[in-house]
Design a protein around this ligand. Structure first.
Ligand code: AMP
Length: 178
């Protein structure tokens, strides 16, 4: 559970940009966090504490999931695995297709980086509809590993992303919710 002080600092720091990138979306811009190295350290300490002793690998979702994910893995002294959009990682890769509002998308990891039996943390900066995270979890399970936890800096609770993740029986941790 993040401290009220950290929550308050983040609420002041994260910018809400209405109608970006399309009308109706309240875009949460986390980039001001990186202007304050002390605040960034506090965020990593909180996210790492939430996962300590529970996971033995961290998967970060491209691209903002990398901004915190690698630092969480370093703090926990466990491997970090990149989950990327299709076509960015060299072969051999393991892929998972998922539906978007219009059409579909594919995410991938390098084959062999996730090990069977591992307890994995899937991390992204923000949980919205949960579509991307759900596909990431399927990608992890396809490789014989288990999703032990999901973590996010922000959860947009109105979009019901957490409900999509229930089937994985994993803890869902977030610092802020809107
Ligand atoms: P979803 O698959 O709908 O849960 O979307 C999650 C991904 O989209 C995350 O990687 C976010 O970085 C990005 N995203 C979705 N909605 C927003 C938003 N309102 N503000 C900032 N990023 C968002």
């Amino acid at each position: 559970m993040a401290s009220q002080e950290l929550i308050r600092k983040l609420e002041k720091t994260i910018e809400n940009i209405p109608d970006f990138p399309i009308p109706g979306i309240q875009f949460k811009d986390i980039s001001p966090i990186f202007l304050d190295s002390k605040l960034y350290e506090e965020v990593i300490a909180d996210l790492a504490a939430a996962s300590r002793g529970k996971v033995d690998a961290v998967c970060g979702i491209e691209s903002r999931g990398y901004l915190f994910g690698i630092a969480i893995a370093v703090a926990l002294e466990v491997p970090f695995i990149l989950i990327r959009k299709a076509g960015k990682l060299p072969p051999p890769v393991i892929s998972e297709k998922y539906d978007l509002e219009y059409g579909s998308a594919v995410i991938e990891t390098r084959e062999g980086q996730i090990k069977a039996g591992q307890k994995v943390l899937i991390h992204d900066d923000l949980l919205a509809t949960g579509g991307t995270t759900e596909a990431a979890a399927r990608l992890v399970e396809k490789q014989g590993a288990t999703v032990a936890q999901f973590s996010f800096l922000i959860a947009l609770t109105g979009l019901k992303g957490e409900e999509k993740l229930k089937k994985f029986n994993a803890e869902v941790y977030h610092i802020l919710e809107y």
